[in-house]
Write a protein that binds this ligand. Sequence first.
Ligand code: 13P
Length: 251
Amino acid sequence: MRRPLVAGNWKMNGTRSSVAELTRDLVRQVLPGSVDVAVFPSLIHLDMAMHALASGSISVGAQNCAEESGQGALTGEVSGGQLAEFGCRWVLVGHSERRLVMGESDAVVSRKFATVLASGMSPVLCLGETLEQRRSGKTLEVVLGQLCRIIEDHGVAVFANAVIAYEPVWAIGTGLTATPGQAQEVHAAIRGYLANEDAAVAEIARLLYGGSVKAENAAELFAMADIDGGLIGGASLKADEFGAICRAAGN
Ligand SMILES: O=C(CO)COP(=O)(O)O
């Protein structure tokens, strides 16, 4: 049985006061239970969030890291080693906003993935197709192609520890959620792809769905056989809504 994971990606949101309020309310809303819960604040709010959440069961991750794990002359970057030493447990890798807006290629995503693992944290690898790609019937080709690059470079066993998040680009921040059937179809294909390489790893790999997940649609998505939780954007900024999503995952 896979333990669900609900992850809140706060993206480039929050102020010192809003993060203080959100974390205080999250500690009340998200109690220890049968679901792993993580939040991904902006880098400048990591310290605050970690202190505020230290007494509870919510772990903290970063939204990005440098391709390198050590230290050195890379102005503006934060390395995998620095994030791990700081106490991060997870790092998002390959989010579509970084692939499409920041131009991160599959090669960059693959190097970051390796750095996160080598630094002792778990990557949350984001995969997803654009609306145009879906309309032209290329969803599985795109998503499995993104996954294939990671498996070619690092093998499939890494997914005993790494998490995969399927996030259709057209569903992110748009209010257009994939139907449970649409999401399950892609999740089943991802798990099938992993199983072709290693059935035991496929069985334990956690596959999250992301894209306009809310309290009102979370339960039906999480009820799907191959959906093991969610990567939540906008709704993770509201403690009561995020708490309800965690409860829908089984908490
Ligand atoms: O991109 C997402 C999480 O990483 C999803 O964002 P929304 O939940 O706001 O659609």
